[in-house]
Design a protein around this ligand. Structure first.
Ligand code: GLC
Length: 432
């Protein structure tokens, strides 16, 4: 949920101050940000894909570090990593069906194995048993489905000999930074237009050590329209709250797992429900953010059935109710237990997750409601409105949609809700 402090900042209070604190100096890409980010704000929903050698072991993406596996032993996994043909097409089709508008693939995770062709290492899919450039397949697949393409790239590297000693040894740092910048250059040169660069884990260096400003300058030179996140220790174009929905004053994207694991985990069957995912997507949209939802395919590239089922359900909901999500603006209205909210212009959407029967009321809507209807059917709804309460009392008894039913309200201005304390005040309810 978004706290009051967060939405206050989300609707503008203190924007100048925060922006200043986050970005004391001009940053590469500042002047073109609004234009570069336009599609992304509309898109709202993306697919994250964690996939690498670890997927073969089926014990999540940190298995090398967490189980203290010696590097030479881990490297042997490259012999077993021989995915089925066409898997990227399957993910892209799944993302499309799910209503996701972009994808972000781990081109290299902390394990150091590259899914792309690199001249700078042999530890990459095309030069190992796999024998294919999996990033090329992924880019082609996403484009074929009309989806935007994102590259996740881990700066931290457990495989590279300088990956750790770079923190203490200047010569090692220079070699390692040349390697990382060099790989980013390959990624952003060899695959056509790339829409998102998603850095991860900058340990063990700081922005100075990574030469992050030079890094971002190179990125924008190679890909003038790209957007970058903040995980190379610069503010970048958007913030990246992880496993939580925390609205920020600036663009942000909440990344989240569908179960409890990023990389494939055979024993993790703790799936979130489609309703939870829809509610989360609504919360992100309300706070002006995006939702990047992860799948962790198996070593052979197949997505777990659990994720496929949920994504299909969410996608079918979005087909009917996407109007209340895509291209919506930050929304100040947010106080109700049975529903989430989004808005576009003067239109307010109520995404009702607890449809309690014929009666539903929303407190403290400040605008006059001009009309109300159920989004899925178009059926007009009767309502009564006074200063404190918007009351529907003859709704259909069973929820008109599943897992969340949407009501669309036309208001006479930008949707606004009273302060909770005013709603709570007793005067309007009559004295005891
Ligand atoms: C966490 C995990 C990492 C994953 C990332 C995604 O930092 O440790 O493995 O890639 O989240 O945001």
């Amino acid at each position: 949920m978004i706290s009051r402090r967060h939405w206050l900042s989300a609707v503008g209070a203190g924007t100048a101050l925060t922006a200043q604190a986050q970005s004391p100096q001009p940053q590469p890409g500042d002047s073109t940000r609004a234009q570069r980010m336009r599609w992304w704000h509309e898109a709202k929903f993306g697919m994250f894909i964690h996939w690498g050698l670890y997927s073969v072991l089926e014990r999540r993406e940190w298995v090398l570090e967490q189980e203290a596996i010696p590097i030479p032993e881990y490297e042997q996994l490259a012999r077993r990593f021989t995915p089925q043909p066409g898997v990227a097409r399957q993910w892209a089709k799944l993302a499309k069906r799910a209503g996701q508008k972009y994808m972000v693939l781990t081109t290299k995770h902390h394990e150091g194995f590259c899914l792309f062709d690199s001249k700078l290492t042999d530890y990459c899919a095309p030069k190992q048993a796999c024998g294919r450039d999996l990033v090329r397949e992924y880019v082609d697949a996403a484009r074929a489905e009309g989806l935007r393409v994102g590259f996740y790239y881990s700066l931290m590297d457990w495989h590279h000999p300088d990956g750790e000693r770079c923190a203490k040894d200047e010569a090692a740092r220079q070699r390692f930074v040349a390697y990382i910048h060099g790989q980013l250059r390959e990624l952003l040169t060899n695959y056509g237009k790339i829409d998102i660069l998603w850095y991860d884990v900058a340990s063990p260096l700081d922005a100075k050590g990574w030469e992050s400003e030079r890094m971002n300058r190179m990125v924008f030179e190679l890909q003038p329209d790209i957007i970058v996140n903040n995980r190379n220790k610069l503010p970048g174009d958007f913030g990246t709250p992880e496993q939580s929905i925390t609205a920020e004053t600036r663009p942000w994207e909440s990344c989240m797992t569908l179960n409890n694991s990023w990389g494939y985990c055979r024993t993790d069957e703790e799936w979130k429900s489609a309703r939870t995912i829809v509610r989360n997507l609504v919360s992100c949209s309300r706070g002006g953010g995006n939702y990047l939802l992860n799948i962790g395919p198996r070593g052979d590239g197949s997505a777990p059935e659990g994720s496929i089922q949920i994504l299909n359900q969410v996608g079918s909901w979005l087909e009917r109710n996407g109007r209340s999500i895509y291209g919506t603006d930050r929304c100040q209205v947010g106080y109700a237990q049975m529903a989430g909210f989004t808005r576009r212009g003067n239109t307010l959407y109520l995404q009702v997750h607890y449809w309690d029967g014929a009666v539903l009321s929303i407190p403290g809507i400040k605008n006059k409601v001009l009309s109300a209807r159920i989004l899925v059917s178009g059926d007009q709804l009767r309502y009564k409105q006074d200063e404190y309460r918007l009351l529907f009392s003859d709704l259909p008894v069973t929820p008109p949609d599943d897992p969340v039913s949407v009501i669309e309200l036309e208001l006479d201005g930008v949707p606004a809700q009273m302060d909770r304390n005013l709603i709570r005040g007793r005067e309007h309810r009559g004295k005891a």
